[in-house]
Design a protein around this ligand. Structure first.
Ligand SMILES: [Fe+2]
Ligand SMILES: [Fe+2]
Length: 176
């Protein structure tokens, strides 16, 4: 196996794993990247299939629901793409667009402070939204074959996801 420069190892794992015998080898990172690569392709295939069916459908509800899935799938693809880009960049010692490289060096104190302030507000709004939508879900029961409940439930899960993302961001910003 090719010897990997120490700095590269740092970029992939962070300095804390150096000297840790349980840390994965660089070949494991390559394997991981291949797997993500494969999934990026898969997401693209799914999007294509969903789009074909959505375009053919004349039923407005089917179309609407499939479009919801398609926009989620596009987000999945973007997320996987960013992971692949980051791993590829780290492994080849190149700086890539659409990657997270440089995240650890982000030290703009003013921007961090502003962001920290708004994340707190966003988290509050998301949590309030979840409460309201849960109430609405109860009063929407029985409407239109349960579609309203289905959509509200999906919004609630999205909002929970937003809280998780924002809390992660807040934690990282605080760590500075
Ligand atoms: Fe997906
Ligand atoms: Fe949200």
């Amino acid at each position: 196996m090719e010897k990997v420069p120490l700095e590269e190892f740092y970029m992939v794992y962070g300095p804390q794993v150096l000297g840790d015998p349980s840390a994965p080898e660089i070949s494991a990172v390559e394997q991981l990247m291949d797997e993500f690569d494969y999934h990026e392709e898969q997401e693209g295939e799914f999007i294509k299939e969903y789009k074909e069916i959505a375009e053919r459908s004349k039923n407005p509800l089917v179309k609407f629901l499939l479009d919801l899935i398609i926009s989620d799938e596009e987000k999945h693809r973007a997320a996987i793409h960013a992971i692949v880009s980051t791993l590829k960049g780290d492994l080849t010692w190149t700086k890539r667009e659409d990657s997270f490289q440089g995240f650890g060096e982000f030290n703009e104190e003013k921007e961090n402070k502003e962001l920290l302030k708004v994340t707190a507000d966003f988290i509050k709004h998301e949590k309030e939204g979840i409460k309201h939508y849960k109430k609405l879900m109860k009063s929407s029961k029985g409407y239109y074959f349960g579609v309203f409940v289905l959509l509200l439930h999906s919004i609630i899960r999205d909002s929970e996801k937003h809280v998780e993302i924002l809390e992660f961001l807040r934690r990282k910003l605080r760590e500075g």
